[in-house]
Design a protein around this ligand. Structure first.
Ligand code: UGA
Ligand code: MN
Length: 331
């Protein structure tokens, strides 16, 4: 049996401490990532983080429309919404209703076109405050084609020149190489479900769906057979109108609009033919139409019309010696 002297024991202890220090040093360096041999492991960590981010982006793209909250999602087609609007007592209420819905949609660009030759303070301030991506344009309807307050509403078309101004803006500000999306004409008094925008997001050429409470029917709708549009459920000019639907019943891919730069609405078109004039100018046929909303069986937009506000008691207030409503309070 070997004999260990006290000195041998000290040597062994010193050796053990040296090995222990070496181990500690190696561990410390690997934590700091300072040793070359550990470089690949940090690369692995980066790759994992990148893959997780890519997975998150993919999830957001696929679920953006069901997340029910507004956010910008990279690579998701933008929905360009063109809204004609004009000054009247209910205007701010209408715009507020619309903006509340648009807040729940990702990647939306709201193009508001005022029927006026000057921007109104109400719309300027409203758009500044509404926290949406907006563009404010002007296009005044000349008096000879403008519907007056007492005229029957079939007499003159509305919103036509404003929609054309919106189209002109798209064509001079967007480029098919960089901008991808879909264009929708949303009048300021209709009622829109958030779900409608999810339906139109992937429009290839032109997508279509039913519109509720229009044409003196419960709803109007494209008629579908074997997944294709074969005609129209409508009473009004059923066989005369090539695209017998309301303005709220379709959306167009942005590239189709950019590629057909002359297509627009026509202020002189026969009443009810605006949609047909525009879609024909885009070179669209029935065959091109993409039925949405569960093959046109669901109503996700309603052609509601807001009753004009009756403010007749304002004058009576004055006659009784009461103070009228404060004109500084914006309604
Ligand atoms: C129906 C259709 O749904 C409209 O798409 C179509 O433009 C209209 O008929 C027509 O015949 O021209 P309706 O409810 O009768 O709609 O029309 P409005 O909602 O009164 O007007 C359509 C849009 O034009 C609205 O966004 C409205 O704010 C705007 N508008 C109306 C103007 O910009 N200027 C006006 O003087 C009146
Ligand atoms: Mn309307």
């Amino acid at each position: 049996m070997a004999h260990f002297s006290g000195r041998d024991l000290i040597y062994v202890l010193m050796l053990c401490s040296a090995v222990w220090f070496l181990i500690m040093f190696v561990q410390l360096e690997s934590c700091r990532g300072g040793i070359n041999d550990h470089q690949p492991s940090s690369l692995v960590t980066y790759r994992k983080a990148l893959a997780a981010k890519e997975k998150e982006i993919k999830y957001l793209r696929e679920h953006a429309d069901s997340l029910n909250r507004r956010q910008h999602v990279v690579g998701l087609p933008t929905i360009y919404i063109i809204t004609p609007t004009y000054t009247r007592p209910v205007q701010k209420a209408e715009l507020t209703r619309l903006s509340t819905v648009f807040h729940s949609i990702s990647n939306v660009h709201w193009i508001v076109v005022e029927d006026s030759d000057v921007k109104s303070n109400l719309v300027v301030d409203f758009l500044k405050d509404c926290e949406l991506n907006t563009t404010h344009l002007l296009s005044v309807t000349p008096p000879d084609v403008k519907l007056r307050e007492k005229d029957p509403n079939w007499l003159k078309p509305r919103g036509v020149l404003q929609r054309n101004t919106g189209l002109a803006w798209l064509r001079s500000n967007l480029n098919a190489d960089f901008n991808h999306g879909v264009v929708y004409f949303a009048d300021d008094d209709n009622t829109y479900s958030v779900k409608l925008f999810a339906e139109m997001r992937d429009t290839k050429k032109v997508s279509v769906w039913p519109v509720g409470l229009v044409g003196k029917l419960r709803y109007e709708s494209p008629l579908i057979e074997a997944g294709k549009v074969i005609g129209w459920h409508t009473y009004w000019f059923r066989n005369e109108r090539p695209f017998a639907m309301d303005m709220a019943g379709f959306a167009v891919n942005l590239h189709v609009i950019l590629e057909n730069s002359l297509a627009k609405f026509d202020i002189n078109a026969k009443r009810g033919f605006q949609e047909s004039v525009f879609l024909q100018a885009l070179g669209i046929t029935l065959e091109d139409l993409e039925p949405k909303a569960s093959m046109c069986t669901k109503v996700l937009v309603w052609h509601t019309r807001t009753e004009p506000a009756n403010l007749s008691n304002e004058e009576k207030m004055e006659m009784k010696g009461y103070k009228k409503s404060d004109s500084h309070v914006e309604v």
